[in-house]
Design a binder for this molecule. Structure first.
Ligand code: SF4
Length: 334
């Protein structure tokens, strides 16, 4: 993929170069976050961490933080999944996990006293909405006790939502609990693809969550898609894109499915014969880029697209776009 700013001044227009992609085709780390987890090193010790905090304190000034909270629980397993997760129906496991998480929040909060202003907060998973409402309220209160969240709704406070796990009322409650951005896992709307990956998610369910998120005035609604899944082809991808574009989300992420069954056990349940070929995957990616461009989405970078008036696209035009461990952002955080 090459990126140029010549055809559309102020906007990144994507030119798809399948030949270049084929020539550079080789395995690399999964860039869902950066630096990727397998690049973390023991050579950065706890002492180094304390030293970095002391250094920030000594420098003075403002050092807003970015917090990521991982809620690893899921009700059922999606076969393509490569996330760090615990698939269980035993809800009591959450209680133990939350106990440890709250202790960790308190420990970190104590280290960052006076430097604890949080401009970016992200709940990822797993399925963050696996937590009950009461557990979510309690956790958010605990975060507010040890860290300073903005009261003016200006921070980027986001949550990943599995549309299969929430009602419209729950979406409204998440907004009241302080979240102002929402990201929905969709992956593909085709029923046969959904069956092949064990993620049955009727379209209406997704649309209902989007409707509720708009009503609740979430500042940004994002949809995640995946190309390269079993039973996918150009036709299913075209239908998925039409439906997702019609739903009009502010952001769309299009991830590549990496089939690594030796690393991720659930992927062993995917029939390899159902996987699209490399060429078919490239065609699907080209189609995604073409359709999203035509629909007016701006290419942000990596797998991300946003509407021209979305904060990410505005920040990109103004040269204020940043990338940190949690992905693209309009704020600089520590
Ligand atoms: S894709 Fe999401 S919902 Fe599905 S198993 Fe993985 S973490 Fe859970």
């Amino acid at each position: 993929m090459t990126v140029s700013t010549t055809a559309l001044p102020q906007m990144h227009h994507v030119e798809f170069d399948a030949g270049l992609i084929s020539r550079l085709s080789q395995s690399g780390p999964r860039y869902t976050s950066y630096p990727t987890a397998d690049r973390f090193s023991e050579s950065f010790s706890y002492r180094d961490y304390l030293h970095a905090i002391a250094h920030a304190r000594a420098r003075g000034g403002r050092h807003p933080l970015s917090l990521y909270l991982h809620i690893p629980f899921c009700d059922t397993v999606c076969y393509y999944c490569g996330c760090n997760k615990i698939v269980t129906k035993k809800r009591e496991k959450v209680v133990t996990y939350l106990g440890y998480l709250k202790r960790e929040i308190e420990m970190q909060g104590k280290l960052f006293v006076g430097l604890n202003h949080v401009e970016q907060l992200h709940f990822g998973g797993g399925t963050p909405t696996y937590l009950s409402d009461e557990q979510m309220v309690d956790l958010m209160n605990h975060i507010r006790r040890w860290f300073q969240l903005t009261d003016d709704d200006k921070g980027e406070y986001s949550i990943e939502v599995d549309p299969r796990s929430v009602s419209a009322e729950r979406i409204h409650r998440l907004r009241k609990q302080g979240f102002n951005r929402i990201s929905l896992g969709v992956q593909d709307v085709d029923p046969e693809v959904q069956r092949a990956v064990n993620r049955i998610q009727p379209e209406d369910m997704t649309l209902e969550v989007i409707r509720a998120a708009r009503e609740a005035k979430f500042r940004s609604i994002s949809i995640d898609l995946i190309y390269g899944l079993p039973k996918q082809n150009l036709q299913t991808m075209a239908q998925t894109l039409s439906k997702v574009i019609a739903a009009n989300p502010d952001r769309i992420a299009v991830y590549h499915y990496a089939h690594l069954p030796h690393l991720f056990k659930p992927q062993r349940r995917i029939h390899e014969a159902d996987l699209p070929s490399s060429d078919a995957k490239l065609d699907m990616l080209a189609l995604c880029i073409k359709r999203l461009n035509e629909a007016g989405y701006v290419y942000i970078g990596m797998d991300h697209f946003a509407k021209p008036d979305d904060e990410l696209a505005v920040a990109q035009r103004q040269g204020r776009l940043h990338r940190n461990f949690q992905g693209y952002s309009t704020v600089v955080t520590g």
